[in-house]
Write a protein that binds this ligand. Structure first.
Ligand code: PNS
Length: 171
């Protein structure tokens, strides 16, 4: 007898997203194609120093970008504490992470292994963004933008508008 597996695969795409880049959007698009439900999860208690955007602003921007992209199986939320605990609460089977270069692997591998140690049932899926965004990171975007560089091709237009407004002291 053929038994159909009707279960759905939900994955978490966690990160700081300060700010959301085209690389993140590319990964969201790729992830949304292979899982049934993708939850973009912004870490609230990040130790990365003073952020450019508040968590609330990032939440708003990602929600807008998801809506603009027409991703019907993608949502966004925030989380605190351990990723494995959040994934369990959400009923997610996997964590999605982007890997751009070998240096990302060095950062991602111990995190993936630690998460596996903490929850052996949670899988980490690594996906590569399109080549044109392999060098794009939120940190680099912020640094270049602060020095007056043009990053408009590397972030969604709605993020660019918010960055410009922020630097002009409008938000
Ligand atoms: O975009 P980032 O900053 O590289 O994302 C890092 C993130 C949010 C995935 C990672 O810091 C994380 O999962 N933090 C939650 C705390 C946790 O679970 N730590 C143990 C895993 S090593």
């Amino acid at each position: 007898m053929l038994l159909l597996d009707m279960s759905t695969v939900k994955a978490i795409y966690p990160g700081t997203f300060d700010p959301l880049t085209n690389g993140h959007m590319d990964l969201i698009a790729r992830g949304a194609k292979i899982v049934d439900e993708l939850v973009v999860a912004i870490l609230r208690n990040s130790d990365k120093g003073v952020p450019l955007f508040t968590v609330a602003e990032r939440l708003e921007m990602i929600a807008e970008a998801i809506a603009e992209g027409g991703f019907r199986n993608v949502s966004v939320t925030t989380f605190d504490g351990l990723l494995v605990d959040f994934a369990r609460e959400q009923g997610a089977k996997a964590v999605l992470r982007g890997i751009r270069a070998i240096t990302d692997y060095e950062y991602e591998f111990p995190m993936a292994m630690m998460n596996r140690k903490l929850d052996p049932d949670l899988e980490t899926l690594f996906m590569m963004p399109t080549e044109q965004y392999t060098y794009v990171s939120s940190r680099l975007i912020k640094g270049v933008f602060k020095l007056g560089g043009d990053v408009s091709a590397l972030v969604p237009p709605l993020v660019m508008a918010r960055m410009t407004a922020k630097s002009a002291g409008k938000s």
